[in-house]
Design a protein around this ligand. Structure first.
Ligand code: NAP
Length: 483
């Protein structure tokens, strides 16, 4: 079993002040594959001090320097794509076939780099020069379900803005973050600009979000933990960016291609073993068409090849941990107990898999919108089919959630589809399964979050705004923003 004894602070691999180790468990074999040193509050202090010290220089780096730095990070990352895909298969059960997990980060880095070429950090409004300046030291707290991408989006926009940072990955996925740190180190990220402190949310995460030397917290994770982070950060009035949970609805209107909608929904909802924040985990179908759509759902769910995520033929790996497995089992049993109709799947491991945290792809019909399987984020391959009477009723069900992350609509009527998209109270809507892109903002309404990531909206999360008066002559040479 490999030992990882270091954090990364002030440009050097460093032992924690009080070393403690946790085992990283491979969710396929349930065996420990690595032992990783965890830091504590004292290490956060050191990392924040290093980031503060580095801020003076890095915040004044030129745009060209940051573009070149991102280019070097991309090259260094690309050399390790295979390694990343192996590491996340082993630490989080993510199939090697999920190419988006390792190639997606490259695209995000390219978008951030290209944006730097056109973004106007200095402009004019009225008589003032308006400057967008790096916000300072950022705390980056990320989850395990997209372990590389969530971290890369945060750090690359932070670097693009000229910020320095302290990062903490999930305890379930520290290995990919250690590898990512190797990439940054090799690419020549200046000393102190990026620091990695592995550790628990309760200790290291809280130390980061309460730290007076941190100017901004960018958090991706559950709504429960996000509430705690937001409350903690409020004491020192930090900027907070929260990307939280979801319970997204897919509205299938009566004129939609039912088979296409059903198959797409299963693929999108069960991708990553259902552990995706934007999963369309509520499928809203006209009451008269429910029986028609169910066979397509069952057939599509049966197409997944469950097994070892290192095998490139595997399309569904295990869930990330024993805890996650238990939570999902609890929800499935809860659905049965609440009287929903189990169409496929159910409690227990899938046939033939006696080890590993594998879950049966599960579909429930006759789900009442008030049932827990319709209101709580399960974060597993479990779909709730909810009948509706008419379009207004469907929209009311979709919006009747504390969450507002994603929304989906299937219809053959484009105008009607767009009307529904306008009505949905969620941050990202997709019509007839349209793919998303990395330029447009991503984030949630309601308890799905605060702020947006990606593209220009994502960059601006890491920027402060300053109005400077008395330089009217200079201001007049600058482009006007917002008319
Ligand atoms: P989580 O349990 O909330 O953990 C997320 C991160 O926060 C981990 O690094 C965790 O550390 C840390 N953390 C936990 N409690 C904390 C606290 N009190 N203070 C500071 N940090 C704390 O979520 P997860 O299970 O890793 O990820 C799944 C969740 O993320 C789902 O709800 C999913 O919807 C959401 N998600 C949202 C998006 C989005 O874009 N909206 C994207 C991906 C995932 P430890 O676990 O190491 O203790």
């Amino acid at each position: 079993m490999k030992l990882y004894p270091h954090l990364f602070i002030d440009g050097a691999w460093t032992a924690p002040v009080e070393p403690r180790y946790i085992d990283v468990i491979d969710p396929t074999t349930e065996e420990a594959i690595a032992s990783v040193a965890m830091g504590g509050a004292a290490d956060v202090d050191k990392a924040v001090a290093a980031a503060r010290a580095a801020f003076a220089d890095f915040s004044n780096s030129t745009i060209e320097e940051r573009i070149r730095l991102i280019d070097r990070i991309i090259s260094s990352y690309e050399k390790r794509v295979d390694k990343f895909s192996e590491v996340i298969a082993r630490e989080a059960g993510i199939p090697r076939a999920s190419r988006a997990q390792v190639y997606g980060p490259i695209q995000h880095m390219q978008v951030a780099r290209d944006l730097l070429r056109s973004y106007r950090f200095v402009s004019r409004l009225g008589h003032a020069i308006v400057r967008r300046e790096p916000i300072g030291v950022c705390a980056l707290i990320s989850p395990w379900n997209w372990p590389i991408q969530t971290k890369v989006i945060k750090l690359i926009y932070g670097l693009a803005a000229g910020c320095t940072m302290v990062a903490k990955p999930s305890e379930n996925s520290p290995l990919s973050s250690l590898l990512l740190t190797e990439v940054l180190d090799e690419a020549g990220v200046p000393k102190g600009v990026f620091n990695l402190v592995n550790g628990s949310g309760r200790e290291v995460g809280q130390a980061m979000s309460s730290h007076p030397g941190v100017d901004m917290v960018s958090f991706t994770g559950s709504t429960g933990a996000g509430r705690v982070v937001g409350a903690t950060a409020a004491a020192t009035v930090k900027r907070v960016s929260l990307e939280l949970g979801g319970k997204s609805a897919n509205l299938v209107l009566p004129d939609a291609d039912l088979e296409k909608a059903a198959r797409w929904n299963i693929q999108r909802c069960f991708f990553n073993t259902g552990q995706s924040c934007h999963a369309p985990s509520r499928l809203l179908v006209h009451a008269s068409q429910v029986e028609q759509i169910l066979p397509f759902l069952v057939d599509e769910a049966s197409q997944f090849r469950l097994g070892n995520p290192l095998d490139t033929a595997t399309t569904m790996g295990p869930t990330v941990s024993a805890r996650q497995f238990e939570t999902i089992q609890h929800h499935i049993q809860g659905g049965i107990d609440e009287g929903a109709r189990l169409i496929c799947g159910g409690v227990g491991r899938p046939e033939g898999l006696t080890r590993g945290y594998f879950v049966k792809p599960t579909v429930f019909a006759e789900v009442d919108p008030k049932m827990k399987i319709a209101t709580e984020e399960i974060f597993g391959p479990v779909l709730a089919v909810i009948p509706y009477e008419n379009q207004d009723h469907a929209i009311a069900i979709a919006n009747g959630s504390i969450y507002g992350l994603g929304g989906y609509v299937f219809t053959s009527n484009r105008a009607q589809g767009y009307e529904v998209a306008k009505e949905l109270r969620a941050g990202r809507i997709s019509f007839n399964g349209a793919a998303t892109d990395s330029l447009a903002p991503m984030g949630g309404y309601k308890q799905s979050g605060i702020g947006r990531s990606m593209g220009v909206f994502g960059l601006e999360e890491y920027l402060e705004t300053k109005s400077v008066y008395g330089f009217q002559e200079e201001a007049e040479t600058l482009p006007v923003i917002h008319g």
